[in-house]
Design a protein around this ligand. Sequence first.
Ligand SMILES: NC(=O)c1ccc[n+]([C@@H]2O[C@H](COP(=O)([O-])OP(=O)(O)OC[C@H]3O[C@@H](n4cnc5c(N)ncnc54)[C@H](OP(=O)(O)O)[C@@H]3O)[C@@H](O)[C@H]2O)c1
Length: 282
Amino acid sequence: MRTVLITGATSGFGKLLTEAFLQNGDYVIATGRNLTERNEVFSFERKNHPDRFMELTLDVTQKSEIAMAAATVANRLGTIDILINNAGYGLFGALEDLTEEEIRYQMEVNFFGTVAVTRAFLPALRQTQGKIFNFSSVFGFMGFPLTSLYCSSKYAVEGLTESLRGELAPFGVQVCLIEPGGFRTNFGSNLRWSSPGAQSAYHAQFMNYKDLHGKISKRKPQQPSEVSEGILRLSLQKRLPMRKVFGKDGRLSYFLKHCLPSRVYFTLMDRVFRMVFLKAQT
Ligand SMILES: NC(=O)c1ccc[n+]([C@@H]2O[C@H](COP(=O)([O-])OP(=O)(O)OC[C@H]3O[C@@H](n4cnc5c(N)ncnc54)[C@H](OP(=O)(O)O)[C@@H]3O)[C@@H](O)[C@H]2O)c1
């Protein structure tokens, strides 16, 4: 039986991954913030899989909680076979309109959280020749206006993961980037937006982007189970690919960014961005 640890398992992809791996017969350690005050989140899993389920409080920005989780896993289970660094959120807004605190916290959760949890569980994963899945995004290989910090955090996850591929290969530990397009989880409702006043130089861009985001959110959603089932299937493969893109929009974005000559790609994107972000000013 494989042991799988998932960060941010309280919602969205993380919750679905918990269900998918439990259904597969794996032992799942579901981690999340403030679990003692959120007793209901895993009531189903606790009741239905008492022998193969553990929940641990783990805010990925809290060193003491990471250390406690690693110690608990070591004492109670010994090792893990799979780590899924899924916890994350999006911070949207113009760079100038964000506070330093907002900027740093975005990197703390999405990037340094992934770094810290990976470091804590690598000794266990080296023992089992385990697998690590790091959540990036389409925003991890394409830059977009008004999402510079979210993109930066995911680009950083990409650099980390590609570098770890060679570093961990001698130990038999494999890493894989997960790059979803837009899926209907609680990501949209958990987004943190800057709050530019009318005096902000980016006010029109920001309002146009929020408007577009609202319209996109109402479109037929891509089902997040595509991602959770896809990761489960990948985890059963002997060799992991470097990255896996999910969603029609994700695959189109990947093609545009990686198959078009750079000059063509950026000319195209300049047009798209002018249309979307500056429409009120043209
Ligand atoms: N949905 C998409 O379209 C999409 C596309 C590309 C990439 N992604 C990535 O997919 C991952 C999962 O997001 P989702 O779409 O499933 O969104 P979600 O439904 O909002 O779930 C995000 C999860 O991350 C957790 N989290 C946030 N900050 C945390 C922290 N400091 N410590 C521990 N957990 C924390 C949340 O916990 P709480 O319940 O405590 O808030 C929640 O469980 C993220 O890395 C996101 O960037 C999503």
